[in-house]
Design a protein around this ligand. Structure first.
Ligand code: URA
Length: 245
């Protein structure tokens, strides 16, 4: 089925969006998928985790992060006293690349509006990147070895249906009515708080990496508390990358 960006950005719920994912033929991955893996969790989640792409277990079960790396992610979430259902977990791609090969640029481009719409619908306080691949889809120049564990605030631009989310301060007043209610009157998006973590798969076989991941993960409640206290708000005259914690 031919699904347009407009169809995706016009969905009014995650279930409507998931329905489109199930019919999606915007790239060729639908031909080799077993199940759709749009995402899992709460539509009102305060924290949204974003990984790269479903692997074999995820493709078989239709849920992101359910394999070994996913078990570690679940342990980390539970170590904060939360459950998976309290957060939202998604990937840049909603269908598995065969043999876990790297996603192709055209696949990422085709899938991008789904992730944008998920972010709009969930409106998370904090977006957590699981690994450098997910982070670099948003911010190609950031290095995870330098920024992991440090929350930062950057602008998200949703106003151009065909453009990627961009981590720069360009972009001007969009006038797409779907963006206006949540993102301010078309004035170049809003500031979003992000945290980049090492991918749980990397930590599986590396004890010190696992320790770093746990240490970084433990900062999440503190970052949320800071966001709630609105200590982080300012009037937009901030550097492009602002360290928060
Ligand atoms: N790795 C990812 O990036 N996503 C998954 O869903 C599973 C493993």
């Amino acid at each position: 089925m031919k699904i347009t960006d407009k169809d995706i950005l016009g969905t009014d719920s995650l279930s409507a969006l998931n329905e489109l994912v199930s019919k999606c033929e915007r790239c060729s991955l639908f031909k080799t998928k077993t199940k759709d893996v749009p995402g899992v969790g709460s539509e009102t989640a305060r924290v949204m985790f974003i990984g790269e792409a479903p692997g074999k277990d995820e493709d078989l079960q239709g849920e992101p992060f359910v394999g070994r790396a996913g078990q570690l992610l679940t342990e980390l979430i539970e170590s904060l006293g939360w459950q998976r259902k309290d957060v939202y977990i998604a990937n840049v791609l909603k269908h598995r690349p065969p043999n876990n090969r790297d996603p192709k640029p055209e696949e990422i481009e085709a899938c991008w509006p789904y992730l944008k719409r998920q972010i709009q619908l969930i409106d998370p306080k904090l977006i957590v990147f699981l690994g450098r691949h997910a982070m670099n889809r948003f911010f190609p120049t950031l290095q995870i070895s330098k920024c992991h564990g440090n929350a930062f605030r950057k602008e998200l631009h949703f106003e151009e249906p065909d453009s990627r989310l961009r981590g720069n301060d360009k972009g001007g007043g969009g006038n797409d009515p779907r963006t206006i209610s949540r993102y301010g009157a078309g004035k170049g998006g809003r500031k979003q708080v992000f945290l980049a973590l090492y991918h749980p798969a990397v930590a599986l076989y590396n004890g010190s990496m696992k320790e770093t991941l746990q240490t970084d993960f433990n900062k999440i409640p503190k970052i949320l508390a800071k966001i709630d206290e609105e200590k982080l708000n300012n009037n937009g005259n901030q550097p492009k990358q602002q360290k928060l914690i």
